[in-house]
Design a protein around this ligand. Structure first.
Ligand SMILES: [Zn+2]
Length: 201
C-alpha cells in the first residue's frame, strides 16, 4: 500500500537533504507524524525563520542576521589579513582559536563529482575584496583533505595576479580531517605556523 501523498511529499523533501538516504527520510517523516502537533510545527517555523532572518554577509559571505556581520563590523580586527574558509562552521572554529583577522567564506569546495565548480564558490567576491581593500595577506584555511587541498590550489591560482601574500595553514591539522572538528589549540598553531604558498615570496 502506498503512503498518503502528504507523507510521500515529506519523505521526498527529507530525501533531498545531504547525508539523508531514503530509509532515514522515511523515519524522519514518521517522526514528524508521531510528535505533538506543536512540536512538528516548530520545525516548520524554524525553517521559515532561518530563511527569513539569516543572510550572507555582503563582505565575507558568512551567515549573519545583520549585514555586515559582527566580525566584519568590528573595528578591533586586523583588516590586513583574510582567512579563507570553506563554510561558516569554520569561522566559529577559528574564532574559538583566537584568530583576530577577517574571514572569507567560500561556501563549499570544488568537487567535480558533485558538480561544484570554482564559479559556484565566492572566489570572485574575494578577488573584488582584495582589489578594493588593503588586504596584505590571504591565508588558505581549507580542510587538509583531497577537496580542500584542490580548492586551495584553485584559489591560489586565481589570486596569483593580485598584490597579496598567500599562505596555507601549517600541517598541524591531521590530513583528511575537518577544520570544524579540530580543537582550538591545534588551529591556533596551524595559523601561527602558516607558510607561503609555493612559488611565491
Ligand atoms: Zn562578514
Amino acid at each position: 500500500m502506498a503512503y498518503p501523498e502528504a507523507i510521500q511529499q515529506l519523505i521526498r523533501e527529507f530525501d533531498k537533504m545531504p547525508g539523508i538516504g531514503a530509509r532515514t527520510a522515511e523515519r524522519l517523516a514518521f517522526h514528524v507524524l508521531r510528535v505533538a502537533p506543536e512540536e512538528a510545527l516548530q520545525l516548520a517555523l524554524a525553517i521559515r525563520d532561518v530563511r527569513k532572518n539569516v543572510r550572507a554577509c555582503s563582505q565575507c559571505c558568512t551567515v549573519t542576521a545583520a549585514d555586515p556581520c559582527a566580525i566584519c563590523a568590528d573595528p578591533g580586527r586586523d583588516r590586513s589579513t583574510v582567512l579563507v574558509v570553506e563554510q561558516p562552521n569554520d569561522v566559529e572554529a577559528f574564532e574559538a582559536a583566537g584568530f583576530r583577522g577577517l574571514y572569507h567564506v567560500l561556501g563549499g569546495v570544488v568537487n567535480p563529482v558533485e558538480g561544484i565548480e570554482p564559479d559556484d564558490l565566492t572566489i570572485d567576491r574575494l578577488k573584488k575584496r582584495i582589489a578594493a581593500a588593503k588586504i596584505a595577506e590571504v591565508i588558505l584555511g581549507m580542510d587538509p583533505d583531497f577537496e580542500g587541498e584542490g580548492t586551495a590550489l584553485v584559489v591560489a591560482q586565481q589570486l596569483k595576479a593580485l598584490p597579496v601574500r598567500i599562505s596555507r595553514l601549517a600541517r598541524g591539522i591531521p590530513a583528511g580531517s575537518a577544520i570544524e572538528y579540530s580543537n582550538a589549540a591545534v588551529l591556533a598553531e596551524a595559523v601561527a605556523g602558516r607558510r607561503p604558498v609555493e612559488g611565491r615570496a
